[in-house]
Design a protein around this ligand. Structure first.
Ligand code: HEM
Length: 567
């Protein structure tokens, strides 16, 4: 049958052969498993994609992953009226007897179902692309984009991960009801919430509703914002008493951001607890958070992350033991109450669920505050503009008068009047916002992309958007590598194409307004009350690479500063 030996199992690219003959891929061991295979499945690809798709098909065929396919061939010179353009080439898969059309369709379609290229670089047997993906997501995805364009897919273990980097392709993903944020997987793997509880749909829907009600309504947001301002002031009062007034205190910028946010945010949401009791545990868990959130097989956690698992258990135990506290926020109160009433609840579910909110409320705001201070405090023009508007709209606190109520004026409305601050923070979220907005497929579906390409998505596939690529695209954000504090002046980020730091759709971050207020409040209070100096001029820092993909990654090293309280 195969007389043209030269073209069998060779490394020629299909586009190197512009006229007949075919290139064949034929492994006798595989072919003999499927003796009756004169049926053909034809798959047409544009020539720009053909080499990549042929490589993908060969890799899978050689690894025995093409079910029921005996052998295959490819050509650019084969004319067929059913090709969509004369620039199409064709891959033929031989499967099933020619009279059995149903099976030919079944095997052919399932084996060639993705009309986008598979990434070859860094793919290992069994684990797929896990290593380059975990090591440095940004680098890996940018490299894939350079080689394959804005659409491609990879494999993590046996799970396919489809990347769509062009914002024109995002809305069909976000709107597709069969694709959702894998909240249950995060809940169990990352925080140890029981699966049975997460499967309790009525409870989950209700708890989800609380996010909207108690984090986003104007009334709740104002309450949280004013309370957070007061809590930061309390932290500053203690700090000032500890280090004294006028005395320069050596410190570092990430530590300062952590100090301002951690305790204040914990108290704002959870009331009169002492968040500092959880600090050691939080830091340990947070440092390895990317492993927990990468949804790895269970044995990896128990083998390699024992200490972090223990830290997480300690936080869970703390919240289990403190179901309610005085002055807790409505969100925490209603969540705890509803969880305690749930019949599907396992003993640790309350603590584990509260730990998840605790992490969500500080895990990204601390690094975001660091980056805001890092950029704003070093930009004299930004400082001048922001200082002026803070003076106008946000009254300073008294450190000595216990009845001082000025924090009541630190409402969302007044904070929103600081338009330069708003723009400066949005610019931080653009330049350092590196979430991976991932949706898991819960039922076979297809997505119709902007140019009409249909992508069939199978149950358990992931579809991922990676906004960092757009955030650094000069077509969307001119001179993207430069921090421009006034870039977003007069713009609302909700309507800016390609800006997706807080995700999108039904599961868009419900804490985003509160988070931005927290960052603004810390920045404003530091400007009002603290003198600071950077102790190093070499500011060449970047993000912790393996934390990219989960919101805002912390810096890979801290910045030494010294600070003192003003009169
Ligand atoms: C700068 C700070 C923050 C960033 C960058 C951030 C980012 C994100 C992102 C990217 C998502 C996933 C959205 C999606 O896939 O569509 C998310 C979800 C979530 N965030 Fe945030 N977040 C921040 C602060 C907060 C705060 C302060 C809270 C709570 C007080 C919070 C609570 C949540 C919750 C509960 C979810 C899950 C939503 C759901 O299950 O529907 N986040 N966040």
């Amino acid at each position: 049958m195969l007389s043209t030996e030269y073209y069998v199992n060779c490394n020629l690219k299909p586009t190197e052969i512009t006229i007949y003959p075919w290139l064949y891929e034929h492994e006798p061991e595989i072919a003999k498993k499927y003796p009756e295979t004169d049926g053909k499945w034809m798959q047409f690809y544009h020539k720009s994609q053909l080499n990549v798709m042929w490589d993908l098909a060969k890799t899978k065929y050689r690894a025995g992953q093409l079910e029921e396919i005996a052998f295959m061939k490819v050509s650019t010179g084969y004319y067929k009226p059913c090709a969509s353009s004369s620039d199409d080439g064709v891959i033929l898969l031989y499967c099933g007897p020619s009279h059995d059309e149903e099976n030919i369709m079944k095997y052919g379609a399932s084996n060639t179902s993705l009309p986008i290229p598979f990434v070859k670089n860094g793919c290992l047997p069994i684990i797929g692309h896990l290593i380059p993906f975990l090591k440095d997501k940004s680098k890996f995805i940018f490299e894939c984009q350079r080689s394959y364009g804005s659409r491609f897919f990879i494999e993590l273990f046996s799970q396919r991960m489809i990347f769509l980097l062009d914002p024109n392709d995002w809305s069909p993903v976000i709107r597709n009801p069969n694709l959702s944020l894998p909240v249950k997987d995060f809940g169990t793997k990352t925080f140890g919430i029981s699966r049975g509880f997460l499967d309790d749909e009525p409870i989950m829907n209700e708890i989800h509703r609380y996010f909207k009600l108690y984090l986003q309504s104007t009334e709740s947001l104002d309450f949280l914002t004013a309370r957070f301002s007061k809590c930061v002031r309390d932290v500053m009062i203690q700090d000032r008493a500890r280090i004294g007034c006028h005395v320069w205190h050596p410190y570092s910028l990430l530590e300062l951001s952590h100090r301002m946010i951690f305790e204040a945010s914990g108290r704002t949401l959870f009331g009169d607890i002492n968040p500092l009791l959880l600090e050691k545990e939080f830091l340990l868990f947070d440092k390895k958070f990317h492993y927990f959130a990468s949804l790895l097989p269970d044995f990896i956690y128990s083998l390699f992350l024992r200490r972090e698992m223990d830290a997480r258990s300690n936080m869970t135990a703390y919240f289990n033991a403190h179901p309610h506290s005085d002055n807790e926020s409505e969100l925490v109160y209603h969540r705890a109450k509803r969880i305690l009433e749930a019949e599907s609840r396992q003993p640790n579910d309350l603590g584990a669920s509260q730990t998840s909110i605790f992490w969500a409320s500080v895990g990204n705001t601390i690094p975001a505050t660091f980056w805001s201070l890092f950029y704003i405090l070093r930009d004299p023009h930004a400082l001048q503009k922001i200082n002026e508007e803070i003076c106008t709209h946000l009254p300073p606190f008294s450190f000595s008068d216990p009845n001082d109520k000025s924090f009541e004026f630190w409402t969302s409305g007044n904070i929103a009047k600081c338009v330069y601050l708003e723009s400066a923070i949005n610019e931080v979220l653009r330049i350092k916002g590196t979430p991976m907005v991932s949706r898991k497929c819960y039922q076979d579906t297809q997505i119709s992309l902007a140019d009409g390409t249909m992508i069939p998505v199978r149950e358990n596939d992931m579809v991922s958007l990676f906004p960092e690529v757009m955030h650094s695209d000069p077509n969307y954000f001119p001179e993207p590598e430069i921090y421009k504090f006034d870039r977003f002046l007069g713009k609302t980020t909700d309507t800016i194409k390609g800006f997706l730091t807080f995700g999108s759709g039904k599961t868009i971050c419900p804490g985003r307004h509160f988070a931005k207020n927290e960052i603004k409040i810390c920045t404003a209070l530091i400007l009002q009350n603290i003198d600071y100096e950077f102790l190093e001029t070499n500011m060449n820092i970047s993000c912790v690479k393996n934390r990219v993909g989960f919101g805002i990654a912390p810096p890979d090293c801290d910045i030494p500063i010294r600070y003192r309280y003003k009169e």
